[in-house]
Design a protein around this ligand. Structure first.
Ligand SMILES: *[C@@H]1O[C@H](CO)[C@@H](O)[C@H](O)[C@H]1NC(C)=O
Ligand SMILES: *[C@@H]1O[C@H](CO)[C@@H](O)[C@H](O)[C@H]1NC(C)=O
Length: 672
């Protein structure tokens, strides 16, 4: 039985698990790690080969597909993975041990993560692999906790990330680039990233080389793009990966269980797996996999524990009982499975993406995903039912069951306006061009661009200002007065304006995140086509890129001698930075995780101690509060900084304040 085989495999590896567990350290005082983890159940069950006790020598580490018996073999022993997705870039490094430990304690034997190109190469040729980007440390932490690792190397990952995880500068360098194809421009950059940077780093972490990485996924749901179907590209990706990782590594693809998709997504010599969530009959779904892989392990590489959210649309949840029953049904078929997500985490900074549904819709900051471990790292009502199911099939470590941690209630934070966006922008370089340039042409990944031009002729009253293809949201000012807004989400690209010849027209354009999936991923931001006034093209633009994720451009705090005088960005307090301090007690167990509630504020971006938490937009929901991880806080004084884009609650009727509370609200009301 596969189950026995798995017991055997864990049995011989348990010594390693115990000795390595002891090395695990945690920075969070509230957590308990235990040096002795016992694996329940038989540890020496007879394998189908009856040679358990003499095989599995560590010097011959191997991981492979056994087509004859439709299973994986690890060190020659039958193996199946029960893995959970945790994206290392959605969890701060200080919490990696905790989240991976919670995965292991639920009985899972593997972790799956996507690897994000844009995270590691935010600017061309500038590679980041330390701190929160220390992918190798994440993988090694998983190994120390007894988890195997499954990597999805992309280069396209989707994952509700800006541009599906690919860097914006591809669009800057090659405006006509055909992403995810054998376009030589795309292949050249992909080859450098994967071939020269990422894959050489991964090689020593492969299972056969002593590391925990058992499988590597290429591309992601490539079959979705039935029209692209560029086999030269997928084979190139396969050959590059084989060349850099060696001939033995198990490569796989993931596609929807739809024959057309599998047909397009399948790469010869690469194992085809499928993905599906609750409410589907696993037997029927796996029949689709069998059409393309008549033999080999059944494998659902994305079993959805919840679903992504979008600003302005209701919060998604999946019932815990239904999720557990579905998992049971998959495991009962001897299949391997990856739960997507086991812990979703947060799209910190401005990294979340958007979708065409068919209207443009942006993903919020939270990636909680209604997963078994919440955004703040707490086991949810799914955790124990999932663990119970897994324990029927795999040995589950004994030890304390993870519990929710205490949250900080740091109370109201009084905020003062410290600078307008105009003041901050005045310190930044301005570019002139006859036509509006995109974010990419201005070499800006995310943030805002301030566009301004003059009304060159006499116009009727009012006149139609058209900003077709504004990506994604623009605040319009004419002659310094608020003149309304344009919105890609709402398909509103025109405003009626009153202006006299010579007036300045200013548009502050926000990127809400590049499209992450489908055929629209070349999603240029800003004013992506010409603007017209009363039908005449407006010429002659000054543009200021405001890279909000670059902390050096943020206004100084009020207590800094260099801080700017406060002037409101707009009469309602929009386009203004606000700063305030709050105190974290100087005693155990502080600092604690907490949640930022911005009651009365409209839409903007929040930082704590200059770490960008992400976008807030409580007016449209469903996300109301922002997760503030303990590790960015310090005992004593901390700074909260907001950039409010639309309107502030102060001075009346509400105080100019935000709150740090112990309750996370992800299911707030949304517009009808
Ligand atoms: C699962 O594997 C075991 C051992 O190989 C086998 O006896 C059993 O029939 C399999 N179950 C299914 C549903 O394939
Ligand atoms: C915040 O401001 C209010 C009203 O001005 C004041 O009563 C309160 O003490 C302030 N709170 C802090 C923490 O400074």
């Amino acid at each position: 039985m596969m189950m026995k085989g798995c017991f055997g495999e864990v049995g011989v590896c348990v010594v390693l698990l115990v000795c390595c567990w002891g090395q695990e350290v945690t920075a969070q005082p509230a957590l308990t790690y235990h040096n002795h983890v016992h694996v329940a159940g038989s540890t020496h069950a007879e394998s189908r080969y009856g040679m358990n006790d003499v095989s599995c020598p560590y010097q011959v580490r191997s991981f492979e597909i056994d087509y004859e018996h439709s299973q994986f073999l690890k060190d020659g022993q039958p193996y199946r993975y029960v893995s959970g997705s945790i994206h290392y870039f959605r969890v701060l490094a200080a919490d990696w041990p905790d989240r991976l430990w919670k995965l292991r304690m639920a009985g899972f034997n593997a972790v799956q993560t996507v690897i994000e190109w844009a995270t590691h190469e935010p600017r061309q040729g500038e590679y980041l692999f330390s701190g929160n980007n220390d992918l190798e440390e994440f993988i090694k932490t998983a190994q120390r906790l007894g988890l195997d690792v499954i990597l999805r190397i992309g280069p396209y990952i989707c994952a509700e990330r800006d541009m599906g995880g690919m860097p914006y500068w591809l669009l800057k360098l090659h405006p006509d680039i055909r992403l995810r194809t054998s376009d030589p421009a795309f292949l050249r950059h992909m080859d450098r990233w994967l071939g020269e940077v990422l894959l050489p780093r991964i090689r020593s972490l492969l299972y056969e080389n002593g590391g925990p990485v058992i499988m590597v996924q290429l591309e992601n749901e490539y079959g979705c793009l039935v029209k692209l179907c560029d086999r030269h590209y997928t084979k190139h990706l396969r050959d590059l990966t084989r060349e850099k990782l060696g001939p033995r590594v198990v490569l796989f693809t993931t596609d929807n269980p739809i024959p057309d998709h599998l047909m397009e997504g399948k790469i010869p010599g690469v194992y085809a797996t499928i993905d599906f969530g609750v409410g589907k009959d696993p037997k029927e779904m796996f029949k689709m996999q069998r059409l393309f892989e008549p033999r080999g392990p059944l494998d659902n590489s994305e079993y959805h524990s919840g679903w992504m959210d979008h600003w302005g649309l209701h919060h998604h949840t999946v019932d815990s009982k239904v999720l557990a029953e579905g998992l049971d049904a998959i495991l009962a078929l001897n299949a391997s499975v990856n739960m997507f997500m086991f812990h979703g985490g947060t799209s910190f900074g401005l990294t979340s993406g958007s979708n065409i549904l068919p209207k443009f819709r942006a993903n919020p900051t939270s990636y909680d995903y209604d997963a078994p471990v919440s955004e703040a790292g707490d086991p949810t009502d799914k955790y124990l039912p999932i663990r119970d199911v897994v324990s029927k099939y795999l040995p589950v470590p004994q030890g304390p069951i993870p519990r929710p941690t205490k949250k900080g209630v740091y109370g109201a934070v009084n905020l003062t306006a410290i600078a307008s966006l105009w003041e901050v922008a005045a310190r930044l370089p301005t570019t002139y061009h006859p036509w509006p340039l995109t974010f990419e042409q201005l070499d800006l990944s995310v943030g805002l661009v301030i566009y301004s031009t003059r009304v060159p002729f006499r116009i009727p009253d009012p006149a139609r200002l058209s900003l077709p293809n504004v990506h994604d949201r623009g605040y319009v000012f004419v002659g310094g007065r608020d003149a309304g807004m344009v919105s890609r989400e709402q398909g509103m690209m025109d405003v009626a304006v009153r202006a006299t010849q010579g007036d300045t027209i200013t548009v502050v354009v926000e990127s809400q995140g590049r499209i992450s999936a489908g055929s629209h991923i070349n999603d240029f931001k800003g004013l992506t086509t010409n603007a017209t006034l009363n039908g005449h093209v407006l010429k002659g633009w000054n543009m200021t890129a405001v890279p909000l994720t670059n902390t050096s451009i943020l206004p100084d705090a009020p207590w800094s001698p260099r801080h700017l005088p406060a002037t409101p960005g707009t009469p309602s307090g929009g386009l203004t930075f606000y700063s305030g301090v709050f105190t974290v007690p100087d005693e155990d167990p502080h600092p604690l995780n907490t949640f930022l509630r911005v009651n009365g504020w409209s839409k903007g971006v929040a930082w704590v101690n200059r770490f960008c938490l992400g976008r807030y937009w409580p007016e449209v929901g469903p996300q109301v509060t922002l997760y503030v991880p303990w590790s960015i806080l310090k005992r004593g004084q901390n700074e909260l900084l907001l950039l409010e884009l639309e309107s502030a609650p102060c001075p009346a009727p509400l105080p100019c304040a935000a709150t740090l509370q112990d309750k996370h609200v992800l299911d707030g009301p949304t517009p009808t």
